[in-house]
Design a protein around this ligand. Structure first.
Ligand code: NAG
Ligand code: NAG
Ligand code: NAG
Ligand code: NAG
Ligand code: NAG
Ligand code: NAG
Length: 562
């Protein structure tokens, strides 16, 4: 017999190929997966995510509004009485975001665009109608009184005169308060005194979302990194309204930074924060890592709004390199010129390792530069500068995580973490947001005014006006695809290991076959013996069933007949 047949040679070659490919793949699989991500994740006109990013109508996004009805406005000036609030809602809307004027800049791997948002009322998910009446603080009057604090006395008394005919509270429908807006005499007056010095809102009506439906005006112009060259830049806002700084906060709190909200760089840090540029507040919000969660069957890192954004004494280290970068390119201010916590100048970087946090020139008290002067207790974000001087303060709903002092000024707040927490859950390998719950409450600061009679003896209270709960995430069909993608590294690893093992097994089989063939030429004879034995055993079996008591007869055939 020939020692090698065509079949065994082929088997051996296949085994060898399996072994080589399998072991190569198992070593390089992670690299291949990263290569796939590097190709799939960046935002380009041809990328998978492009259409969804451009028009989010296929993504599940909704926003619920809750209003606070002020039930005892007549008791405002009664000592010992606190304003009492009853929550109304939700008034639920489907949100759709559409990006327009999209221009890709391959030279610097960014994309520029404007964003429009549309809202569609969802009666089924709402508790009430848009015609429900809500009583709350007269925001226009309070804002006017606040804005004119530094005006000439004669103008202040004019406003006092107008205010004398209005009330400290208004009763409006949800529709008027949100999108429709309502007319007010003070708005008409203030538009006449508008000047460079006194910036007034360019609107003829007041409503929290008045004119926002379908407008590009409010979100501003974005220039965002596509991540094509560097995935760690994916989705990061580079310029907002054509600048890398804003005029609303002091340096370095004026720096434009953070994700635009749709994309985050892959491998988000567990030991650090992530930030999101929030156009409505004219500033970034910083989220702190809290825990690992499972969402739609995938692992996610959960980040939430906490002390760093809500506190008034947050120190943060800005990398020295970044400092230089901002100093060079900003058109408005020097990065450090206005800084309180930088005793030495930034070029003095000798013995950098030995300096402690207080003296580190790169550590900045961002809690204070976001205060814009007077700080608030923990839990409030001052957006006065971003809102044409209206005393607006953002907090978590029901003053969740805020200093209890704030909550104690009013009655009816009932913070619950699962309902009022603000969080983002990111899939760690891709940075894709799996689950987003953006919840914020808008408050107006009412404070006594010495010059405007109308406000002379009111208490100083942060008035809760309304809050919203924005929910977004990955729809189930996309989550399924993402899950398949994420199993690739382990599937790939196991497949390639299985391939390598199969290769080894095949090679071993070939070797054994060859060994048997070359060492025992008598194969034919031994098979015959085995066959003969088989027939005998069968006979025995038949014997026992027919005559169990005849031991001699059944025993005899067991002995091989050699
Ligand atoms: C809202 O408050 C007013 C009093 O300020 C009250 O008359 C009205 O019934 C309240 N509405 C609801 C829905 O609670
Ligand atoms: C609906 O709103 C009313 C007050 O306007 C409130 O008492 C009730 O609990 C709300 N229902 C739900 C399901 O939220
Ligand atoms: C990228 O280039 C475009 C066009 O020249 C420019 O408008 C944009 O500001 C640049 N962005 C960055 C981050 O340099
Ligand atoms: C917003 O605009 C869209 C389209 O113009 C319209 O269908 C929708 O009803 C509007 N939403 C609100 C709340 O006015
Ligand atoms: C809020 O910001 C405004 C202007 O940006 C500032 O005048 C005010 O002092 C700040 N703090 C409070 C508590 O109003
Ligand atoms: C800063 O926040 C803390 C904690 O809420 C508070 O005790 C302190 O008074 C705040 N500082 C200012 C200046 O308001």
């Amino acid at each position: 017999m020939r020692p090698w047949t065509n079949k065994t040679v082929a088997l051996g070659v296949i085994g060898l190929i399996c072994l080589i490919v399998g072991s190569l793949l198992s070593c390089t699989w992670r690299v291949i997966f990263d290569g796939i991500l590097k190709k799939e994740l960046p935002l380009t006109p041809n990328s998978r995510s492009y259409e969804l990013w451009k028009d989010t109508s296929k993504l599940p996004m909704n926003i619920d509004f809750y209003f606070f009805n002020w039930t005892n406005p007549e008791e405002l000036r009664v000592p010992g009485k606190k304003p009492n609030f009853v929550q109304m809602g939700p008034y639920s809307f489907v949100e759709r975001r559409v990006k327009v004027n999209i221009v890709f800049h391959p030279k610097n791997n960014t994309v520029s665009y404007d964003q429009m948002k549309y809202w569609y009322f969802d009666a089924k998910r709402s508790n009430g109608t848009l015609q429900d009446k809500v009583v709350n603080l007269n925001t226009v009057a309070v804002s006017a009184a606040h804005t004119i604090r530094y005006w000439l006395p004669v103008m202040q008394s004019t406003l006092s005169f107008i205010l004398a005919s209005s009330k400290i509270y208004v009763e409006k429908t949800v529709s008027e308060l949100l999108f429709e807006g309502y007319k007010d005499e003070i708005i008409s007056m203030s538009s006449m005194v508008a000047s460079d010095e006194f910036e007034v809102p360019p609107f003829d009506r007041f409503g929290w979302f008045y004119m926002r439906n379908g407008s590009t005006f409010f979100d501003g112009h974005y220039n965002v990194a596509t991540g094509q060259e560097d995935l760690s830049e994916l989705g990061i806002v580079k310029y907002w309204n054509y600048k890398d700084t804003t005029k609303y906060y002091r340096s370095p709190c004026n720096v434009v930074e953070g994700s635009a909200g749709e994309f985050w760089p892959p491998n988000p840090p567990k030991d650090d924060v992530i930030s999101i540029w929030t156009a409505d507040l004219c500033r970034p919000l910083v989220y702190e890592y809290s825990e690992e969660v499972m969402h739609q069957g995938m692992k996610g890192y959960k980040y939430q709004l906490g002390r760093i954004s809500l506190g008034n004494n947050t120190k943060r280290r800005y990398p020295h390199e970044q400092a230089k970068y901002f100093e060079k390119t900003t058109t408005t201010e020097d990065f450090f010129s206005a800084e309180l916590t930088t005793p030495s100048n930034i070029n003095n970087n000798k013995s950098k390792n030995s300096i402690n946090k207080e003296d580190d020139p790169d550590v900045v008290n961002i809690g204070q530069c976001f205060c814009n002067g007077e700080c608030t207790p923990m839990g409030l974000i001052n957006i006065t500068a971003c809102r044409y001087g209206a005393p607006g303060f953002v907090s978590l709903p029901h003053f969740h995580k805020a200093d209890p002092i704030i909550r104690d000024q009013v009655v009816g707040m009932n913070p619950k973490d699962e309902e009022h927490n603000f969080y983002v859950t990111l899939e760690p390998n891709t940075g894709i947001p799996l689950d987003v719950a953006a919840r914020l409450q808008i408050n107006i600061l009412l404070q006594p005014s010495l010059t405007v009679d109308f406000f002379r003896n009111v208490p100083r209270v942060y008035f809760p006006m309304f809050w919203f709960n924005f929910r977004g995430g990955t729809p189930d069909n996309l989550a399924w695809g993402l899950k398949q993608l994420l199993t690739l590294p382990s599937t790939g690893l196991y497949t390639s290991l299985a391939m390598a093992i199969l290769g080894v097994v095949l090679i071993v089989i070939v070797i054994i076959i060859q060994f048997i063939r070359t060492s025992s030429p008598m194969t034919g004879k031994s098979r015959k013996i085995r066959e003969a034995n088989g027939t005998k055993t069968e006979l025995v079996y038949m014997d026992t069933t027919t005559s169990l008591d005849d031991h001699e007869r059944s025993d005899r055939p067991l002995r091989p007949k050699d």
